[in-house]
Design a protein around this ligand. Structure first.
Ligand code: NAD
Length: 472
């Protein structure tokens, strides 16, 4: 008997697209928690990365970069009713794959909505259309066309993904700690009403990665603890945030979109060039990058509370990401090159020294108890002990991809779903054993803390949680 619970006995085939840091980290979890023999798994990726490991598991590994022209021809023979398409690649259109999986009757999961190459950075299209807001609107349009069908989970990694479940748990914890009767919210409207009642003005996805490698970043090299290509492309998209109803003024660089649900705005500058103030329990207060992410838009939309047609409450939601220190240096160098990639890239794994952690959680603020952070403080040491081929960063993503797959298999006919629409308890139950310490912590920190020390910063002291006070 295995010491690990097998959550689902999967009779179909699994096709994985991409086998980089996340693909390699998730395979041991899939083999551990889903009854699925390796002979029924095929990996399609653009390079030889991880091929040796795949073959050691007995998994077929095909090097075949997918393009708009060839993806159907390559994937069609591998997919049929009841199979699963797991997309962990960069540069392959999520929407094209979702459509194909739907036609074939296969389930689907990705951890980010990817466009075909250039979709994030093509300056011939407007910044508004290069945003995650636009990609999400396209996905929701496709959902309306597909009308149900096999479950396709979109954007279910750590963030986007797991953090949507953290938000719900944090809302319940906050309600309990402030004597608000939360009941048992079962619908979007009920969650939005609860967030409104608690008076949560902002939600930061607050992350501080302290992992350090034994070989420091070299000049002309981009170093990160997960996909360099993924980070660079999302960092080049406009900064984006869910835009709360308490906000008094649009930042000077801020723009509204001219289409869609209007839950978010974008800034006329790249996320990797935009810093915001935030707080996590171990790091304290720090500056993070306001990198655009799907959850900023989906959570703010999900928690929009309406009276009639009018949105009367919505929180401001955004990412504040302090990647590992060598990645911060890499971003600095990248910005200095006017956002042209360095010639060399390195994803850290084996060379990470013991001791670092990836502190990733949600900071709910502006309420009666000021600020509450809820999330994972997984260390590199614990991650390595728990699952081979992983770092603290990758494991938080991989276990969420696993829980999303299991939830899809348990709910195979739900059509396209976002993390906010899934059962947060079931997902957290599967993820918890792999997240290290999961803690909730209150703080009296606000973005006004220790400000105006050297210069008058033009702060809005009447409401600490105005975005004006948060942006650097
Ligand atoms: P990586 O750079 O390590 O690997 C990318 C993989 O994609 C490689 O195996 C590469 O061969 C493959 N690939 C590239 N072009 C391809 C093509 N044309 N056809 C087929 N395969 C192709 O990336 P990663 O760190 O494993 O990340 C994978 C994905 O997961 C990215 O989209 C990233 O943004 C996303 N991600 C999401 C989260 C989250 O928390 N939601 C976190 C980390 C990564």
């Amino acid at each position: 008997m295995s010491q690990y619970p097998v959550h689902f006995n999967f009779p179909g085939r699994l096709v994985m697209i991409g086998f980089g840091s996340i693909g390699q980290g998730v395979v041991p979890l899939i083999l551990r928690h889903i009854a699925l023999p390796p002979e029924r798994i095929t990996i399609v990726s653009a390079d030889e990365m991880g091929k040796k490991e795949a073959l050691e598991y007995g998994i077929k590994h095909i090097v075949q970069p997918l393009t708009q022209e060839n993806y159907r021809q390559v994937l069609e023979p591998m997919l049929g009713r009841g199979d699963f398409l797991l997309n962990l690649s960069v540069d392959v259109s999520s929407l094209a794959l979702i459509k194909l999986a739907h036609e074939k009757g296969a389930m689907y999961l990705d951890t980010c909505i990817e466009p075909w190459p250039g979709g994030y950075t093509d300056s011939n299209i407007s910044p508004s259309l290069r945003s995650n807001y636009a990609l999400r609107e396209q996905a929701l349009e496709l959902r309306a066309q597909l009308k149900g069908g096999p479950t396709a989970v979109i954007t279910h990694g750590a963030n986007p993904g797991l953090v949507s479940h953290f938000v719900k748990q944090a809302l319940l914890n906050l309600a309990a700690d402030t004597s608000v009767d939360a009941g048992n919210p079962q619908s979007r409207e009920a969650w939005a009403a609860l967030a409104a009642r608690l008076g949560v003005k902002v939600i930061h996805i607050a992350e501080r990665d302290t992992q350090v490698a034994n070989t420091p970043k070299k000049a002309n090299e981009f170093v990160n603890t997960w996909s360099v290509d993924g980070f660079v492309s999302e960092g080049c998209q406009p900064a984006e945030l869910g835009w709360g109803t308490h906000e008094k003024e649009l930042p000077p660089q801020g723009r509204h979109h001219e289409f869609g649900r209007q839950s978010a705005i974008y800034l006329m500058q790249p996320g990797a060039g935009t810093r915001v103030r935030t707080w996590t329990p171990k790091a304290g207060h720090f500056h993070g990058f306001l990198i655009t992410h799907g959850e900023s838009i989906s959570i703010s939309d999900y928690l929009s509370h309406r009276e009639g047609d009018k949105v009367v409450y919505r929180p401001t939601v955004h990412y504040s990401y302090h990647p590992c220190d060598d990645a911060v240096l890499s971003v600095h160098e990248f910005a200095g090159r006017n956002w042209r990639m360095q010639d060399h890239k390195r994803i850290l794994n084996q060379e990470i020294l013991p001791g670092g952690i990836d502190e990733l959680g949600v900071l709910l603020a502006g309420h009666q108890k000021n600020a509450y952070w809820y999330g994972s403080q997984l260390s590199i040491d614990e991650a390595r002990q728990l699952v081979p081929h992983n770092t603290a960063t990758s494991l938080q993503v991989c276990v969420a991809a696993l829980s999303g797959m299991i939830w899809a298999m348990e709910n195979p006919e739900r059509g396209m779903v976002e993390p906010d629409e899934m059962d947060f308890r079931r997902n957290l139950e599967i993820c918890m054993p792999y997240l290290g310490p999961v803690v909730g912590a209150y703080s009296d920190w606000t973005p006004l803390f220790d400000r105006n020390r050297l210069f008058d910063e033009g702060l809005d002291k009447s409401d600490p949680w105005q975005f004006k006070n948060v942006i650097v």
